[in-house]
Design a protein around this ligand. Structure first.
Ligand SMILES: Cc1ncc(C[n+]2csc(CCOP(=O)(O)OP(=O)(O)O)c2C)c(N)n1
Ligand SMILES: CC(=O)[C@@H](O)[C@H](O)COP(=O)(O)O
Ligand SMILES: [Mg+2]
Length: 649
């Protein structure tokens, strides 16, 4: 049996010798490469935190001590050490989540994969421990150098103090990268610390001497390291980035040196005030294919050959939504030199890399700082440029106020391109891009589009970048785009009619990528003698008038969107119909207001009733006048609604 198999919970680490711990680290690395190669996942980040995570679990006592992982994509080692070693269905339905998940283990605290929140979590938890007399409980936050570029981390650092967060330890996992090398002043500071020759020479020589002279010298060495920090500050001509915060600094430490990390964490644990332990690590550590991957050091991989790191499946050849955007963005920018691009540390994942290669001076990577990205875009627009802010849909949530008050209020011509909109799948609840339509549609004068295929994405991007007095949004799903879906005709206000039966029983309003599914529903209805019209509004907000007119001409209207149903586009259409005095029955179909689990996109759509068969069945019943039994809303379990009604009665 391997040492790893003998670890069922963190305290099993206590009996291992220094040599055995090194062996364990090697076994964990081999496990990660072997297992994550099969399933896909965040291989690079987890290879980079093996020793750090072992050291954290040696020194601290989870779950009594709370361990918070920022973003959480680097928590596989934590899972291995806390009784979860079946990675065979990682990020798949019924398998381990790719992020911490409280339902999996009491060792897991933060489930959200939205970066830069860990220090705020840790500040709150440590205050609560102090205020409830649990002063023997510690909080450890593991935050990456990329996550440190997010504004929330600085809000938290500004608040953390030794009055109320005595037991807080912040482990900065500094591998110099987000996906790509981390940008900005913070990164430059960390880089000087990480690469200063003097640090390495001094660190290595004093360590060797301490080892030779034994424990007392080691204490001296540790003290010197404190002084080392001051030494570094002078050498790097920076006043220490942390000196004026109420936080002590330990480091930089070699994050792959188990003993050094353990010692530093023990010091931090005993310090009695908030401490930053700055660990220097390497993303993809110990795996050559990751280390030589210049794009993102295997930040997230699909199924790969563990020997070579090469993808197991050849690319399908079908264009991805991201790829279509990437090419059209370059085309538009060639015609209009006011167009600039902004990314929040995700240049390649959002497809802006081609634009960046072509127009390097017209693209800005602001770090994991979506709020700053949006408001700086408002500034760029004020200055006469047309910013295109490319984000994953789920991450625009974080910048809602900036979209509303900095872009919307000032009628700034900013275009938001939201990739991974709708159900994404393996990254679970905090990664589904399911809220953008509902939250953004309340921004006055905003224009929301949801292209149904590549041609419409190209068209709608071209239209969006010409709007200079209001925010425009284009949102599309993860993955490959299907074949173009031609329109029979386009109404005067831009609605595409995709199918038009003579018998006008059902109007199906398809939002974006739901067009293909909607046409399948229409075919099932036709087989039951029910006529339908399928339309794609293209620009869903404001609701085009022809949607109102078409609704008035049909018996029922059904709207289908890959976004939360509550407050979604269907709700908006219903409201506009009522305002126009059209009382056609409306059925709004979309995602439930639930946090949807990790599974494949199709598994989730099946579970929430968004398949052609399930939709057609309901519509057939409606058209035939059969009263559909009042089913409790998907989003609320009986106990929730009963409780709610009892409370409000
Ligand atoms: C708010 C937010 N924006 C973007 C992302 C996408 N994202 C996931 S991991 C990552 C890079 C994180 O870098 P770092 O914190 O240094 O961790 P590392 O991967 O290097 O361990 C990004 C940008 C996210 N999770 N959250
Ligand atoms: C952790 C994170 O936010 C991303 O790395 C996430 O895994 C998105 O992955 P895709 O780019 O595959 O959608
Ligand atoms: Mg990093």
């Amino acid at each position: 049996m391997s040492l790893l198999e003998g670890i069922n919970e963190p305290r099993d680490l206590d009996s291992l010798s220094a040599e055995e711990l090194e062996t364990l680290a090697a076994e964990i690395r081999a496990f990660l490469i072997a297992e994550v190669s099969k399933t896909g996942g965040h291989l690079g980040p987890n290879l980079g935190v093996v020793e750090t995570t072992i050291a954290i679990h040696r020194v601290f006592d989870s779950p009594r001590d709370a361990i918070v992982f920022d973003t959480g994509h680097q928590s596989y080692v934590h899972k291995l050490l806390t009784g979860r070693q079946d990675f065979s269905r990682l990020r798949q339905k019924g398998g381990l989540a790719g992020y911490p998940q409280r339902s999996e283990s009491p060792h897991d605290v933060v489930e959200s994969s939205h970066a830069s929140s860990s220090l705020s979590w840790a500040d709150g938890i440590s205050r609560a421990f102090e205020m409830t007399g649990q002063t023997d409980r510690h909080v450890v936050a593991v935050v990456g150098d990329g996550a440190l570029t997010g504004g929330m981390t600085w809000e938290a650092l500004n608040n953390i103090s030794d009055d109320n967060s005595r037991n807080l330890v912040i482990v900065v996992n500094d591998n110099g990268r987000s996906y790509a090398p981390t940008i900005g002043g913070m990164a430059r500071y960390l880089n000087t610390v990480r690469t200063k020759k003097g640090y390495h020479d001094l660190h290595q020589s004093s360590r060797k001497m301490a080892d030779r002279l034994g424990a007392p010298a080691r204490a001296l060495y540790r003290g010197a390291r404190g002084g080392l920090h001051g030494f570094l500050s002078r050498m790097t001509n920076n006043s220490s980035l942390y000196a004026n915060l109420d936080i002590k600094y330990l480091g930089p430490i070699d994050g792959h040196d188990l003993e050094a990390m353990t010692e530093a964490l023990q010091q931090a644990k005993q310090y009695g005030a908030p401490v930053i332990v700055h660990a220097i690590t390497e993303k993809g550590r110990g795996y050559e294919p990751a280390l030589t991957d210049v794009a993102d050091q295997f930040h997230a991989v699909g199924q790969i050959d563990p020997e070579t790191g090469e993808p197991l499946s050849a690319p399908s050849g079908a264009p991805s939504w991201t790829g279509v955007f990437a090419d059209e963005m370059v085309r538009q920018a060639e015609q209009d030199d006011t167009i600039v691009g902004i990314t929040a540390a995700m240049l390649r994942p959002t497809g802006l890399h081609k634009f960046a290669e072509r127009f390097p001076s017209r693209v800005f990577d602001v770090g994991i700082a979506e709020q700053h990205a949006v408001t700086s875009a408002a500034g760029l627009a004020f200055g006469g440029l047309h910013p295109v802010v490319a984000l994953y849909a789920t991450f625009v949530n974080r910048a809602f106020d900036q979209v509303l008050m900095d872009v919307g209020l000032h009628q700034a011509g900013v275009t938001f391109v939201l990739d991974r909109a709708g159900v994404t799948g393996p990254d679970g609840a905090s990664h589904h891009g399911m809220w953008d339509l509902a939250i953004l549609q309340v921004v006055p004068r905003i224009r929301l589009s949801a292209p149904r295929d590549a041609e419409r994405l190209r068209e709608e991007l071209a239209e969006a970048v010409r709007v200079t007095d209001a925010p425009t949004v284009i949102r599309f799903p993860k993955g490959n785009v299907g074949p173009d879906i031609p329109a029979l005709r386009r109404t005067v206000d831009g609605v595409d009619v995709l199918r038009e039966d003579a018998q006008k029983d059902v109007l199906i309003v398809a939002v974006g990528a739901m067009a293909d599914l909607s046409l399948k529903v229409a075919e099932l209805l036709e087989a039951q003698g029910i006529g339908s019209t399928v339309v794609d509004p293209r620009w869903v907000v404001p609701v085009p008038w022809s949607i109102i007119e078409l609704s008035d001409a049909h018996r029922i209207v059904v709207t289908i969107e890959d976004g939360v149903r509550v407050g979604g586009i269907g709700t908006r259409i219903r409201q506009d119909l009522r305002e126009a005095g059209v009382d056609t029955a409306v059925t709004e179909l979309g995602l439930p207001d639930e946090f949807l689990e990790h599974a494949t996109r199709s598994e989730i759509l099946q579970r929430v009733g968004l398949t052609p068969e399930q939709i057609a069945e309901d519509l057939i019943a409606q058209v035939r006048g059969n009263k559909i039994p009042i089913a409790r809303p998907i989003s609320a379990t009986p106990s929730d609604t009963d409780t709610l009604h009892r409370l409000v009665r």
